[in-house]
Each structure stands twice: as C-alpha cells, then as structure tokens.
Design a protein around this ligand. Structure first.
Ligand SMILES: Nc1ncnc2c1ncn2[C@@H]1O[C@H](COP(=O)(O)OP(=O)(O)OP(=O)(O)O)[C@@H](O)[C@H]1O
Ligand SMILES: [Mg+2]
Length: 180
C-alpha cells in the first residue's frame, strides 16, 4: 500500500468485522517529536491469547475465503520500515487497540493519504457502527463523533449520498484548519 490511510481503512474494517459498535481512530502528528502515531481502537470481540500471539504472522486469519491475512502484517511493515513499531492490545470479549508509530520525517514513511475519503468510506461502509475520529497536529485537535452527527440527522441514514459528501467536506475543512 502506498498510503497510511489505506492501512487505516483496512484495520478499521477488521474492527467492524469483529462486531464492534464503536471504532475510535486517532491520528497524532507530533512534528516536534518527529512522530506520527495512528491508533484504531474497537469494542469488538477481541482476540484470544492464542490468536494475539500469532496475528502478526501473514498466515494468520479467521477468514474463510482465503488463508492469508495481510492487513496487520502490512501495517506493521510500514511502521518498521521507518523506525517505528506496531503494538496490539486485545482482550477477548472487550476489544482491540492497534497502535502504530512512525518517524515523521523518515524517507520511507508513506504519506498519510486521503483522510477525508477514508473516514467517509469507513463511516458510510458500516452505517450501524459509530466512529470517533480524532486528528491532532502539533497539539491542535479535530474531532468527529458519528454519535453526535446521527443525533442531528434524526433518522436520515448516515450513508445517504448528501450526508456522505458533507462528511467528506467537513473532515477536509477540519484538517485544513489544523494545517494552517
Ligand atoms: N480488531 C480486531 N478484533 C478482533 N479480531 C481481529 C481484529 N483485527 C484482526 N483480527 C483477527 O486477526 C486476523 C488477521 O487480521 P489481518 O487484518 O491481518 O488479516 P485478515 O483481516 O484476516 O485478512 P485481510 O486483512 O488480508 O483481508 C483476522 O482474521 C481476525 O481474526
Ligand atoms: Mg484485515
């Protein structure tokens, strides 16, 4: 994968497939500390100790359609290629938190990519799941919580095309403000 946002979408998909009702995506760009940290936390079914031990191995998957699961190994490789690390905390029945960090200015660090499209795709792809997206750039924060948005929508589905377009623009503007 060429962009970190595609890894984020992939890891968030693991979370929704694990039956999560809430997925929290946090991106922290700490340029002073030269560190980019991405975490995806969910309240899904979690992993058994046995699964947790071998989940970084590409031949570990509970998919039935193929025997290779590359989502986590790819994300880990992206982090390790630029001096970073990936760690997984998971408790069966409670949820999972996957955190990866990267040296911000490392030459091999993939660009973050298109976060507005990623968030829009994650949210509209699993309308029954709630998402909290927190993006921090040098201490300034943008926050999106679909539970708040759904309250305002009063029954209009969050995957409605116009709502999806609004989500995209809202995130784009929010991130532009942070980068200013
Ligand atoms: N958030 C999660 N909660 C519970 N189990 C998870 C979670 N993320 C991953 N897993 C388990 O770890 C396995 C490996 O995940 P990984 O993303 O590496 O591959 P995959 O999802 O099986 O396949 P791919 O990502 O290539 O489509 C999954 O099949 C699933 O059983
Ligand atoms: Mg996966």
């Amino acid at each position: 994968m060429k962009e970190l946002s595609l890894h984020i979408l992939d890891i968030a998909k693991n979370a929704t497939q694990a039956g999560a009702s809430l997925v929290e995506i946090t991106v922290d760009e700490d340029i002073l500390k030269n560190r980019l940290t991405i975490s995806i936390k969910d309240n899904g079914r979690g992993m058994s100790k046995e699964l947790l031990q071998k989940v970084k191995d590409p031949f570990t998957t509970t998919r039935t359609t193929r025997s290779v699961g590359l989502g986590i190994p790819f994300f880990e490789m992206a982090a390790e290629l630029c001096g970073g690390k990936l760690s997984i905390d998971s408790v069966e029945g409670k949820g999972t938190n996957i955190t990866a960090w990267f040296e911000y200015d490392h030459i091999d660090r993939q660009p973050l990519g298109d976060m507005p499209s990623t968030i829009m795709a994650a949210v509209t792809g699993s309308p029954e799941v709630d998402f909290i997206y927190r993006h921090v750039i040098c201490g300034k924060e943008f926050l999106l919580d679909t539970r708040e948005i759904k309250k305002v929508l009063k029954g209009v589905p969050i995957n409605n095309v116009e709502v999806a377009t609004w989500l995209f623009e809202y995130v784009s503007e929010g991130l532009n403000m942070l980068r200013r």
